[in-house]
Design a protein around this ligand. Structure first.
Ligand code: NAD
Ligand code: MG
Length: 385
């Protein structure tokens, strides 16, 4: 029985706090040896004081003194400044880096961890949407694993275990459909921030909760699956499953389908990613079949929620198009959360930016990041118009 030593990037977020909770529940199997935070220094200090990681990181140099003043133990190292997350990602005494930073900020630390030979437990889907080809190639070159934490991809990973993807006909991602699954289209323009932040089945950070309401979350996940499992986007489908019990499915060439199920609690996929290839008993509750009632499946409303088609188009175009889609979406979500645009403007902005930012053939990091910057500028301008 081995103890996984984990660097946790994004310890103060929704995923990060679930990782900390698991580390407290199974200290013999999971140790957080290093962790990072961002703006919520109180939260970072509270988790650190309990788990006592050897190293900490905060990108803001000024936050370092505040963090030190709130610690009740002396960590071996506190990194701060622009390179803090990359430095932490290379922390020596670790075997796995769990990336749970929202948005594109996780990309460079992920690459740093891969190059330092660490396995990656990946929650930040944006990393693979922006630079999937590059990240997967770098992982192969460095001989490290990318273990999916996103529940759908973790489900597919479990269903595929030991199988060759040549035996796969389709990957079927399940989506809850979000809070507006059954709403009439004409009501969507009046959606409030609070309504959009009220997810029916999952409690998550704000950005991914809005992405779940627009279905961009599922669009990003289609692209994430394309790279994680090396399956062409044409063979990746989405089905709406409002109960969020079936976390995704694999249809094999013989027509058989394997599905993975559990409660909608992110500790299930996190625990599997961090104990893989073993399964351990842990403290997570089993499904009570008699109380489940029913499991429903339905087609997405592609016409009302264009995010799925936009993501598919971006994946088909390839190059920097997925990075452009992702960047425009990040800006549009921030604008919606700030109360400056109406809800449907999110996909209208993404569609406009995808159309106006030229295809770049370069998929090296610099070309992708420059496409990302151009898309953000364009999306900000679009939001003002
Ligand atoms: P969150 O907003 O709750 O937390 C984000 C974390 O990132 C925080 O720890 C914050 O400190 C850190 N962070 C944010 N901006 C940063 C920056 N510029 N520099 C350094 N750190 C920064 O987000 P979350 O819901 O935990 O999601 C994290 C990632 O995991 C996202 O990519 C999301 O898509 C993915 N994910 C989340 C869930 C979920 O249940 N929450 C499920 C699947 C996938
Ligand atoms: Mg998911």
């Amino acid at each position: 029985m081995s103890c996984r030593k984990v660097v946790l990037l994004g310890a103060t977020g929704s995923i990060g706090r679930n990782v900390c909770r698991l580390a407290k529940d199974m200290p013999e199997r999971l140790r957080v040896v290093a962790m990072s935070g961002f703006r919520n220094i109180d939260r970072l200090a509270a988790e650190a004081n309990e788990l006592k990681p050897e190293a900490l990181a905060v990108p803001d140099v000024e936050a370092e003194a505040e963090l030190r003043s709130k610690l009740t133990y002396a960590p071996a190292k506190i990194f701060s400044g622009a390179m803090a997350l990359e430095d932490l990602a290379r922390w020596d005494d670790a075997d796995t880096v769990l990336v749970a930073i929202v948005g594109t900020g996780g990309l460079k630390p992920t690459l740093a961890a891969i190059q330092a030979g660490r396995n990656i437990a990946l929650a930040s889907k944006e990393v693979l949407v922006v630079a999937g080809e590059l990240v997967m190639a770098e992982a192969r070159r460095c001989g490290v694993r990318i273990l999916p934490v996103d529940s759908e991809h973790n489900a597919i990973f479990q269903c595929l275990e030991g199988r060759n993807t040549s035996e796969v006909r389709r990957l079927i991602l399940t989506a809850s459909g979000g809070p507006f699954r059954a709403w009439p289209e004409e009501k969507l323009r009046a959606v409030t921030r609070e309504e959009a932040l009220h997810h029916p089945t999952w409690r998550m950070g704000e950005k991914i909760t809005i992405d779940s309401a627009t279905l961009f979350n599922k669009g990003l996940e289609m692209i994430e699956a394309r790279w994680l499992f090396d399956v062409d986007i044409a063979r990746i489908d989405v089905v709406i499953h409002p109960q969020s019990i079936v976390h995704s499915m694999v249809e094999f060439v013989d027509g058989s389908v394997l599905a993975q199920m559990s409660h909608s609690d992110m500790r299930f996929p996190i625990q599997y990613a961090l104990t893989w290839p073993e399964r351990i008993e842990g403290t997570l509750p089993p499904l009570e079949w008699g109380k489940l009632g029913r499991l429903d499946f339905e087609e997405p409303r592609y016409d009302v929620f264009p995010a799925l088609d936009l993501a598919r188009q971006a994946a088909e175009r390839g190059g920097a198009a997925p990075a452009v889609l992702n960047a425009a979406n990040e800006v549009a979500v921030a604008e919606f959360l700030a109360g400056r645009i109406a809800f449907p403007r999110i996909w209208e902005i993404v569609a406009a930016v995808l159309e106006s930012v030229p295809d770049s053939s370069g998929t090296d990091l610099e070309s992708l990041l420059s496409a990302d910057r151009a898309a953000r500028d364009r999306a900000r301008a679009e939001a003002k118009s």
